[in-house]
Design a protein around this ligand. Structure first.
Ligand code: PEP
Length: 262
């Protein structure tokens, strides 16, 4: 399956001009990227301009979407509006929204349902708060996953994306450090097992599991396994705000999946 790299700009940059310039630098640097799908997730006000300057080279992702299509929800953004803008993916359940905005599993589940109705592809972020012994599988992973997918017919979940993002590894967490590639692979296999149990093998097979947490140009390709179905992409926060680093990350992943030693 084609690896997916998602550039999550979070609440950056703070001007339209800077967002346009960053998107343009990334798109030009990537050229006609093949073998890796690249999605840029800018803040809502920049989606249109990022879509325009990146054209076919990257696809658009939103950082969130509301749990309903329209109505009296001041400040919220409907998944239908995003779809209409040409957005393909939507990140849901990011730990920053869980922590700063109090989003819980129930709301995330409703958002996943609304995104699917609008034909957006949810990228569902799950991850434990604290780094524990790597021999222990945090129970919160199974819980967050099952709750996010609760009550959704299996067939609708084809081709969604699960992002394993241990909160302790996210670069803005004090003392953050990236997960080890071995542990990330173990987690990917565990999440895949959960998906098989929840959705059956044929739907689970269509789902990409990706890793997020302090990924940089130096370590990016080490998270992807090519011999087994481990991590099949990355969600990049901080490093995606630097066009050169973002491009190097994508190139290193492309090389890895092609088995290119050059
Ligand atoms: C994120 O917040 O989704 C993330 C992966 O951030 P960073 O790459 O900066 O750790």
């Amino acid at each position: 399956m084609k690896p997916l790299v998602v550039a999550n700009w979070k609440m950056n940059p703070t001007s339209l001009r800077a967002a346009e310039a960053l998107a343009r630098r990334i798109a030009v640097g990537l050229g006609n990227v093949s073998g890796v799908e690249v999605a840029i997730a800018p803040p809502f006000p920049y989606l249109a301009v990022v879509g325009r300057v990146t054209r076919q080279r990257t696809v658009l992702a939103a950082q969130d979407a509301w749990a309903g299509a329209s109505g009296a929800y001041t400040g919220a953004v409907s998944p239908l509006m995003l779809r209409d803008l040409g957005v393909r993916y939507v990140i849901l359940g990011h730990s920053e929204r869980r922590r700063f905005l109090g989003e819980d599993d129930g709301l995330i589940n409703r958002k996943v349902k609304a995104a699917l109705v609008a034909r957006l592809i949810p990228i569902i972020a799950i991850g434990e708060e604290h780094r524990e012994s790597q021999a222990v599988t945090p129970p919160v992973l199974a819980q967050q996953l099952a709750r996010a997918l609760d009550g959704i017919p299996r067939r609708r979940l084809r081709a969604i994306v699960i992002a394993y993002e241990p909160v302790w590894a996210i670069s803005t967490t004090p003392g953050a450090r990236p997960d080890s590639p071995d542990n990330a692979t173990r987690r990917a296999l565990y999440i895949r097992k959960l998906l098989v149990k929840l959705l059956g093998p044929s739907v689970a097979d269509t789902i990409r599991v990706i890793y997020g947490g302090s990924a940089t140009a130096k370590n990016a390709s080490s998270f992807l396994a090519t011999d087994i179905r481990g991590m099949e992409g990355l969600l990049i926060g901080g490093a995606s705000l630097n066009a050169e680093e973002c491009i190097t990350i994508v190139q290193s992943i492309r090389k890895k999946v092609r088995g290119d030693k050059s």
